[in-house]
Design a protein around this ligand. Structure first.
Ligand code: ADP
Length: 396
């Protein structure tokens, strides 16, 4: 079996896969250990039945041990050693990690060095890697990085127009994120379009709580909206996306808040939440807008306009025939009204959405554009955990 792990500073999300048939890994169990270091709650879902354990977890090591012991208790595994490989989602690999890698001492050092670029994400991953290494010393530990997919971007995409020495001395550049999702979509697109990876040109809109768009040219990331950090690009649940950088100085001077406090507000109190003053959750904002709440309506207009503007820009940058525009992640997969509004706002591209297909239930993917659309449009379900599992398998 392979365990896929996505850890934060106080939580560990996991999914266990049966890999008896390596061509088709089967998800057995998923769950979440949360409130680590506070009190502790572990949820394990097997066959659509939820088991909840409220037990103390003082740190990640205790959380990992609790997860493994509950797996045995619930007879999901016979013994912890049945888990042969563990695939970790790691957010920031900087510019040194371009592929999935085995988590050696050297790689762990790189993850640690990149804490300065991803202070909210990398520490949790590192702590949980150490905890699993201690608990399952024989398992193969593998890291999949959200940044590595974008290491194919050309300089023209990743350089900022700032003093060059910031790049040389501080590694200030665009890294991009959601790479595991884009990697999965590229893999799935081979099946959807019946083409080799190298022949695919796609615009993928990953619209979840965090949101970004990737221009995929010849099967590789050519440009993306997130930057040095996940704060850049699109408007998101609570993140601002691109803004005038001078806002920082101005708000600081006017309010007395420092740059860290203001950046925190750009991360946690902006976006859909900031403008609607209702919620960061798209469903709540859509609901409020349908009841004529003006700020909610404005939030949706700005949200869809920003997505559309980047889609048009990236189509222009790819500058050759596009196989498809793909919507994915929580909002992209489910919110038909948002997809429709984005397509309408891409006026120059002459997209046409079939509203019946747009609303229709679907499995892995569905084309939602009508035959007269200049570029086909799809909704595709992403599967980051399956991608990590498949990558981990390569190391076993
Ligand atoms: P995360 O970035 O946390 O993985 P998800 O990909 O799960 O986020 O996406 C969460 C977002 O998807 C939320 O804003 C949620 O409101 C939105 N979402 C989920 N289902 C729907 C739906 N049926 N209609 C509109 N939005 C939805």
């Amino acid at each position: 079996m392979i365990l896929v792990v996505n850890a934060g500073s106080s939580s560990i999300k996991f999914k266990l896969f049966d890999i008896k048939n390596p061509e088709n890994p089967k998800s057995l169990v998923e769950g979440l250990a949360e409130r680590i270091g506070v009190d502790g709650k572990l949820i394990i879902e097997v066959n659509e039945k939820k088991h909840v354990f409220e037990e103390q977890m003082i740190d990640h090591l205790q959380a990992v041990q609790l997860i493994l012991s509950k797996f045995t208790e619930l007879k999901i595994i016979e013994k912890p050693e049945d888990i042969k490989g563990i695939g970790f989602r790691v957010v920031h690999g900087g510019d040194k990690i371009v592929n999935t890698v085995e988590l050696t001492q050297e790689i762990k050092k790189i993850i640690e060095e990149n804490i300065r670029l991803a202070p909210l994400h990398n520490p949790g991953a590192l702590t949980s890697i150490n905890a699993f290494q201690e608990s399952l010393p024989k398992a193969k530990l593998v890291g999949c990085f959200d940044t590595s997919y974008h290491q194919t971007m050309p300089e023209i995409s990743y350089m900022y127009s700032v003093p060059y020495k910031w790049y040389k001395d501080l590694k200030v550049r665009k890294y991009g994120f959601h790479g595991i999702s884009y990697d999965y979509i590229t893999y799935k697109a081979q099946e959807i379009f019946n083409k080799n990876k190298e022949d695919l040109n796609l615009i993928v809109c990953h619209l979840g709580n965090g949101a970004s768009i990737c221009a995929i040219k010849n099967g590789k990331s050519y440009n993306t909206t997130m930057g040095l950090t996940p704060l850049a690009g699109l408007m998101m649940g609570t993140r601002s996306g691109d803004i005038d950088p001078s806002i920082l100085q101005y708000v600081s001077k006017e309010t007395g808040k420092n740059v860290f406090e203001i950046t925190d507000m750009l991360n946690k109190e902006s976006g859909l939440y900031g403008i609607s003053e209702i919620s960061s959750d798209m469903r709540d904002v859509v609901d409020a807008a349908s009841k004529n709440n003006e700020q909610a309506k404005l939030a949706l207009e700005i949200y869809t306009q920003t997505v559309a503007d980047f889609v048009v820009k990236f189509v222009n940058q790819i500058n050759s025939k596009i196989d498809g525009i793909i919507f994915t992640a929580g909002i992209g997969e489910n919110a038909s009204n948002i997809r429709e509004r984005v397509a309408q706002k891409c006026g120059l591209l002459e997209l046409s959405i079939d509203s019946k297909l747009n609303d229709q239930k679907y499995g892995d993917y569905l084309k939602i554009s009508s035959t007269d659309s200049k570029i086909p449009v799809f909704k595709v379900r992403t599967n980051e955990e399956l991608m990590i599992c498949k990558e981990t398998l390569k190391f076993l």
